[in-house]
Design a protein around this ligand. Structure first.
Ligand SMILES: [Zn+2]
Length: 53
C-alpha cells in the first residue's frame, strides 16, 4: 500500500507486523515485537515513533 510504512521495534529494530499510514496517530500503543517478544508502549506522530517511558 502506497505511503504505508512498517513499524520497527525500538528494542531490536526488526520489523513488526504493524503498518502505519502517513496520517496515522497512535497514543500509548502497545507495540508487540514478534522477534524479541517484547511489548513497548509507543506514540506515533507523522510516522515518527516515540517510546513512552
Ligand atoms: Zn524487538
Amino acid at each position: 500500500m502506497e505511503g504505508n510504512e512498517w513499524l520497527f521495534c525500538p528494542v531490536c529494530n526488526s520489523k513488526t507486523r504493524i503498518q502505519i499510514r502517513k496520517d496515522t496517530e497512535l497514543k500509548n500503543f502497545p507495540l508487540f515485537c514478534p522477534k524479541c517478544k517484547k511489548e513497548t508502549l509507543i506514540n506515533v506522530e507523522q510516522q515518527r515513533i516515540l517510546v513512552v517511558k
